[in-house]
Ligand binder design. Structure first.
Ligand code: PEP
Ligand code: MG
Length: 836
């Protein structure tokens, strides 16, 4: 069946309904033939279309392909036309990509841009596309491709067939975090869904569309649905919305409590503007504001053909998605899932149909990819900011952030190199968030302090800021980003405040405070160097968790007596590629040298679970925490284990006090096999014997400590994972974060079992999980018989001070009470301050 039309349209459209094609080439030939037969092109145009396809893929997405001729063959086009092959059964266009509407284009003017614009709209509208693929009405296809009616910016404010009403009870309104959960639920439904507030309605599959409703607490919304499974889709969406209420309320309460916390430490006497965030790295810093996110980007407009542009955009989005995934994993690991959700919401923006459609539309208008993306981001972010809602303004900041990540992927020259443009004077670096690599490369000679809009106090960048000794405040919100460059600010990393434009008097008093603090720190530094000897003469080793050689001097200055945990997977996570044996050797050697004879425990790769390394392409697992992680992966991947062991033994051969530690050991046979491999490699290299220990992170290992201790030289308890596995609480679950307490008596009893089992074989026990750096936790662990504690360097002085102020007997009595407690709260209630 063939239809033809050429009224006031820009081009003629010829449609073959219910066509069949044996292959892509056959489809191109057929559609080309339609163009030829209609007199739109010379017969040779078909070959030109095939040549074009060989040079560039014309698959547009969503079952639509747009074969067209080579640019240089434009003369073969007699008049503009398009031909459509409706292939209900589809034809494979690329491996895994089937085309069901093949739109052949013959155009020697700009009219094809209009066609492409319609097509890009069409492929965003799955429902309409499906209709066109199955319709018997050729005119329906003609109309769809020839009507240029502008899409409404918003869906008309009517409801679909089934409705449900709900009143927003989120204290901060609908912001990105809950919005992103709505989007997830909506995307899982087949039915059409809509959310309406007054005269505005939104597509709940689009985060931006939802946020643009500007929903506040007390607003009534109508959810509506239509089509397959409408009722259950509606129920699911309402349930998601309702279920988030409790958490939203709790978060708002916490935020209020935080803002109401009396300020400790330095206080201004004047009344400067204050931005409250979260203390991330202690100390006071004065400087001139340099806002990273506010830098204007000059994005050149370099048009490319649409298919290349589309592919470029697609690649950039996929790569950014992969990086965001790594960032989410990393953030969840250090900060918890609550903070990782910020990045999850950011990553969702990458799939936002409004944003992508707008970008495509700018591209089909003839603009370059980077320019189109940048302008789409700016426009949407502008709309969000214009709503005057601070929560949405923060989302605009997120959008800018994500936008920049994508831009850097499209064209590395557009990555914001603005850290290099910092003014010479002491600077307060303000950013939406800083990546760990940004933070690690900061010039501490110029940056006095850091204030970020996002992030959390245990984020990798916050940990790095502490390592660098830079006062830092995180989660200060979007107001920070609006600060004018050059404004004077004081960052108070103890109270989590940023003071804007302080008076001369306040500046003078802050300077005096900083000088005072520097003196006190100097005095403490002398103390930190002292060993942690209890009042009754027992010495506890206090070491640092450090991953890189350049962090060692600081760890030592803090009183670290060695490195108790070097997490080597960070070499893989940060490098973006697998470091080879020589690279690893150089790093281990540099660590040993930096430690100048102090002990170093290198943990073999702990990949899997929450530490996903994208470039290793490991299979996806349903439950990665219960999957092939740590030692289990090492046993299956000699290509990862062997170079690491060889690098370690080569480094050890040249001297130093090095130990190897294997993560996630569950059963003795794993350790026996790993030890055997260590021995083979050691013998091959004629390297010295070095102690081999294991992490106790799995309850099975704690319970079987006695049999494991026969094969291990030492244990280091990973309380972060041990808590997760003992309490059956995913360490990334924000809902349960408050309950995942390593001081839970169940965890403490496992630690006690471990110490007891180890004793029989003369195996010493350390702890390198987070609780070791908590002064009260450290006292308890010492009471349980732990001999070594390894922690973030900044935590060392307080832990040492606590241990020096207590006696073994009191700490043992404390431990006994804790073991008998009913819950973590009861254990924490035993904390009566310094000395037990
Ligand atoms: C732990 O699990 O306590 C630990 C130290 O290892 P990581 O946090 O790297 O999993
Ligand atoms: Mg662990």
């Amino acid at each position: 069946m063939l239809a033809e039309t050429a009224p006031e349209a820009v081009a003629q459209t010829h449609v073959a309904i219910g066509a069949k094609a044996a292959s892509k080439e056959d489809a191109i030939r057929q559609v080309g033939q339609l163009l030829v037969a209609s007199g739109a092109a010379d017969p040779a145009y078909v070959e030109s279309m095939l040549a074009r396809e060989a040079a560039a893929n014309t698959f547009l997405g969503s079952a639509v392909a747009i074969p067209h001729g080579m640019k240089e063959d434009r003369a073969m086009v007699k008049h503009d036309a398009i031909a459509v092959l409706q292939l209900r059964g589809g034809v494979e266009w690329n491996p895994g990509q089937g085309a069901r509407l093949v739109v052949g284009i013959a155009a020697n003017s700009d009219s094809h841009i209009a066609i492409l614009r319609r097509l890009t709209r069409l492929i965003q509208d799955e429902e309409k596309l499906e209709t066109l693929i199955s319709t018997d009405d050729a005119q329906a296809i003609v109309r769809a491709l020839e009507s240029d009616a502008p899409e409404p910016a918003r869906i008309a404010a009517t409801d679909l067939a089934q409705t449900a009403e709900w009143t927003v009870d989120y204290p901060s309104g609908l912001h990105a975090r809950p919005g992103s959960a709505w989007v997830d639920t909506a995307k899982a439904q087949k039915a059409r869904l809509r959310v309406r507030h007054g005269d505005d309605s939104a597509d709940p599959r689009s985060l931006i569309s939802l946020l643009q409703l500007g929903l506040k607490q007390g607003d009534t919304v109508i959810f509506s649905a239509e089509g397959e499974g409408a009722r259950s889709a509606l129920d699911a969406l309402v349930k998601t919305a309702r279920n988030l209420s409790a958490r939203e309320k709790r978060d708002a309460e916490r935020a209020e409590e935080k803002a109401a916390t009396p300020i400790r430490g330095w206080k201004p006497t004047g009344n400067p503007e204050m931005i409250t965030g979260v203390a991330a790295s202690p100390g006071l810093a004065i400087g001139t504001v340099h806002v990273l996110a506010a830098e204007e980007l000059d994005v050149p407009d370099v048009p490319v053909d649409l298919v290349t542009g589309g592919a470029q955009l697609n690649d950039a989005l996929s790569q950014t998605r992969a990086h965001m995934k790594a960032l989410i994993d990393d953030t969840a690991r250090r900060l918890g899932a609550g903070d990782a959700a910020i990045f999850k919401a950011q990553a969702d923006l990458l799939d936002d149909t409004d944003l992508i459609t707008l970008t495509c539309q700018l591209m089909v208008e003839g603009h370059g990819v980077a320019w189109s993306w940048h302008n789409a981001v700016e426009r949407v972010a502008g709309q969000l900011s214009a709503l005057g809602n601070p929560v949405l303004a923060a989302r605009a900041a997120d959008l800018h952030d994500v936008g920049r990540r994508v831009l850097a992927e499209i064209d590395p020259a557009l990555s914001t190199g603005s850290l290099a443009d910092m003014p010479g004077e002491p600077t307060i670096l303000v950013a939406s968030d800083l990546s760990p690599s940004d933070t690690a490369t900061l010039d501490t000679g110029r940056v006095a302090g850091i204030a970020t809009a996002l992030g959390g106090p245990t984020s990798h960048s916050a940990i790095l800021a502490r390592t660098l000794g830079l006062p830092s405040v995180v989660a200060g919100g979007a107001r920070l980003l609006a600060l004018a460059a050059g404004t004077t600010a004081i960052v108070d990393g103890d109270s989590g405040r940023v003071w804007i434009d302080p008076s001369a008097d306040d500046l003078a008093s802050a300077r005096a405070w900083i000088a005072d603090l520097a003196q006190k720190r100097a005095a403490e530094e002398a103390e930190r160097g002292q060993p942690a000897i209890t009042t009754d003469g027992m010495r506890i080793e206090v070491a640092a968790n450090v991953n890189r050689p350049d962090q060692v001097p600081f760890a030592v200055a803090q009183g670290g007596e060695g490195v108790g945990l070097m997490r080597t997977e960070f070499l893989f996570l940060e490098a973006g590629e697998t470091p080879d044996e020589d690279d690893q050797y150089a790093i281990y050697r540099a660590m040993i040298d930096a430690l100048e004879g102090r002990p170093l425990i290198v943990r073999a790769l702990d990949i899997g679970g929450d530490k996903q390394v994208p470039h290793l392409d490991l299979p996806e697992e349903e439950n990665p925490f219960l999957g092939v992680r740590g030692a289990r992966l090492l046993l299956r991947r000699p290509d990862l284990l062997d170079p690491q062991l060889r690098a370690l033994y080569r480094a050890a051969k040249e001297g130093g006090d090095v130990k190897i530690m294997f993560p996630m050991i569950t059963s003795a046979w794993e350790l026996i096999r790993l030890r055997a491999r260590c021995e083979e490699i050691r013998a091959e290299l004629d390297a010295p014997q070095i102690p081999v220990g294991i992490m106790i992170e799995v309850p099975a290992a704690a319970v079987q400590a006695r049999s494991l201790a026969r094969h291990a030289n030492f244990f280091s308890i990973g309380t972060n994972d041990l808590t997760q596995y003992a309490l059956a609480i995913d360490r990334q679950n924000p809902e349960l974060a408050g309950e995942a307490d390593s001081l839970h008596p169940a965890v403490l009893n496992l630690i006690a079992l471990c110490v007891e089992g180890a004793k029989e074989h003369g195996c010493w026990v350390g702890v390198c999980g987070g609780i070791a750096g908590d002064p009260f936790g450290a006292a308890l662990l010492t009471g349980l018989g732990v001999a070594e504690l390894s922690m973030t360097p900044r935590d060392i002085p307080a832990v040492k001070a606590r241990l020096r102020g207590a006696g073994m007997d009191e700490m043992k009595a404390l431990a006994a009470r804790a073991l008998a407690a009913a819950g973590a709260d009861e254990v924490r209630a035993l904390d009566t301050g310094a000395g037990e």
